[in-house]
Design a protein around this ligand. Structure first.
Ligand SMILES: N[C@@H](CCC(=O)N[C@@H](CS)C(=O)NCC(=O)O)C(=O)O
Length: 201
C-alpha cells in the first residue's frame, strides 16, 4: 500500500486528494518539519513534505507522485491523455501549480516565520507576493468563469493548481487571492474526496 508522509495543510494534500478521488488505498505517516522522525528523514533527507513510498519506490515531489499514481493505479479521468482536447493545457497547469505558483510560496513562508524582524517585509518578500498574485490573476483569466482549469472536466491539474489557496494561509496572503480563483477553489473544495483528504491529520 502507498505510504504518504503527510502533514495537514502541506502539499501531501494533493496526493491524498488524488488517492481519495481515485479510490486508491493509502496509509499516512507523520512528516513534521520541526521534529522529523528518523523514518521520515531516511525517506526524504530534504525533509520536505510530502514523501511517498510504494514498495521499493521512494518519491519526494508531490506532482510527480500524482503522475505516478495515475499511471500506475489508473486509468482515471483525472488524467488527460495526449490525444484528448485540452491535453496541453492540462499538462501546463499540472506543472504550473507547483513550479509556476506554489514554489514561490516557500521563501515567502520562510521569510514570514524565520527571518529576523527587520527583514520580514524585505524587497524579496514583496516580489514573491506580487509574483504569486500575478500568476493567480493569470489562472483567473484562464478559467474565464469555468469551473475547471483544463479539458472542461475536473482533473489532476485542478488538484495541483488549487493547493496554493491552502499554502496562502501560511504565506499570509490568503486575503489577497483574486476573487475568481477563490470561487474556483471553494467550488473544488465541495468535493467529498477533498473533504476526506483535508480531514486527515
Ligand atoms: N516541490 C515540492 C515542494 C515540497 C515542499 O516544499 N513542501 C513544503 C511543505 S508544503 C515544505 O516541506 N517546506 C519546508 C522546506 O521547504 O524546508 C513538492 O511539490 O513536493
Amino acid at each position: 500500500m502507498l505510504k504518504v508522509y503527510h502533514s495537514q495543510g502541506a502539499r501531501s494534500l494533493r496526493v491524498l486528494w488524488l488517492c481519495e478521488e481515485m479510490g486508491v488505498p493509502y496509509q499516512t505517516a507523520e512528516a513534521s518539519f520541526f521534529k522529523p522522525s528518523d523514518e521520515f528523514k531516511a525517506v526524504n533527507p530534504l525533509r520536505t513534505v510530502p514523501a511517498m513510498i510504494d514498495g521499493d519506490v521512494k518519491m519526494i515531489e508531490s506532482v510527480a507522485m500524482m503522475i505516478y499514481i495515475m499511471a500506475k493505479y489508473g486509468p482515471t479521468d483525472l488524467e488527460v491523455k495526449p490525444n484528448e482536447p485540452g491535453y496541453a493545457s492540462y499538462l501546463q497547469f499540472l506543472l504550473f501549480g507547483e513550479a509556476g505558483v506554489a514554489a514561490y510560496g516557500n521563501p515567502l513562508v520562510a521569510t514570514r516565520f524565520m527571518a529576523p524582524d527587520d527583514q520580514k517585509q524585505n524587497w524579496t518578500a514583496g516580489y514573491l507576493k506580487t509574483a504569486i498574485l500575478k500568476r493567480l490573476e493569470f489562472v483567473g483569466q484562464c478559467l474565464d468563469g469555468k469551473p475547471y482549469i483544463a479539458a472542461d472536466r475536473f482533473t489532476a491539474a485542478d488538484i495541483s493548481v488549487s493547493y496554493i489557496v491552502t499554502g496562502a494561509k501560511f504565506a499570509g496572503i490568503e486575503a489577497d487571492i483574486p476573487a475568481p480563483v477563490r470561487a474556483y477553489v471553494d467550488n473544488l473544495w465541495q468535493r467529498p474526496a477533498f473533504q476526506r483528504a483535508a480531514a486527515v491529520k
